[in-house]
Design a protein. Structure first.
Ligand SMILES: [Zn+2]
Length: 243
């Protein structure tokens, strides 16, 4: 069986038995992979083997029968490169990081490589470890993630009438339509939400007040929930804590 060596971040974990784990790893070169780590929780006389935890980052070797196959890959080696330490000092940081990991798991396909997204997630986790405010980091990550998987909303024009840079008054966003809807078109759409001028500015990455960033997070979270057909993991809980 071919062995793949790659950098990886633990996106999801599921304890499988007394000694093994099933994990969703996000690898840098090979995308998301579902793996079984057999005996990972079994320590020996010469080796202490703690189970892997969510958000752990490391270098791994996976044994894979065929790329893109349905079966679980087998994790044969794991060397921790970055403990998730600082993330656990604050519930806000931890929720922000877990939100990013869960959203990455939800919106990417198995074995679909996104090295730039991997780097963005690794950078986000590192930055969150010492961040005083998390929204300014998480909103750009939401945007990067949606762009990487081809689901970036169009914020440059009304997607109904093609009008460029529609005015802020009466501006809406429709997830189903994939972008902004101007005031002249919005009455024809049921699935929509209002977008204020400051939220729009924050959405296009031009910064903003905490309130604007919060609005931008909520809108991108709404879009992600619409795309996956269910509320995002921790989106609401994170917002209740975020500053
Ligand atoms: Zn329009």
């Amino acid at each position: 069986m071919p062995a793949l060596k790659d950098d990886a971040i633990v996106l999801r974990k599921l304890d499988y038995s007394e000694s093994s784990q099933v994990l969703a790893l996000f690898t840098r070169q090979h995308g998301k992979a579902r793996v079984i780590a057999k005996g990972i929780k079994r320590s020996t006389k010469t080796r202490f083997a703690p189970a892997l935890d969510l958000l752990d980052a490391g270098t791994t070797v996976l044994s894979v029968r065929h790329p893109r196959q349905e079966a679980l890959a087998i994790l044969t080696e794991w060397t921790q490169t970055r403990p998730a330490g600082g993330l656990r000092d604050s519930l806000e940081r931890l929720y922000a990081a877990q939100y990013a990991a869960a959203l990455t798991a939800d919106l990417t396909e198995d074995w679909d490589p996104h090295p730039a997204l991997y780097d963005a997630l690794a950078d986000l986790l590192a930055a969150l470890s010492s961040a005083p405010a998390t929204l300014a980091l998480l909103v750009p990550f939401q945007r990067t993630l949606l762009a990487e998987v081809g689901l970036q909303p169009d914020l440059t024009r009304c997607v109904a009438c093609d009008r460029p840079d529609p005015p802020a008054a009466g501006l809406h966003f429709s997830s189903h339509e994939g972008g902004l809807i101007c005031r002249d078109c919005e009455s024809a759409y049921y699935e929509k939400r209002g977008v204020t001028a400051e939220v729009r500015t924050a959405l296009i990455g031009a910064g903003g007040t905490p309130r604007a960033l919060r609005g931008a997070f909520e809108l991108l979270d709404y879009h992600a929930a619409h795309l996956t057909g269910r509320p995002t993991m921790l989106g609401r809980a994170y917002l209740d804590l975020s500053t």
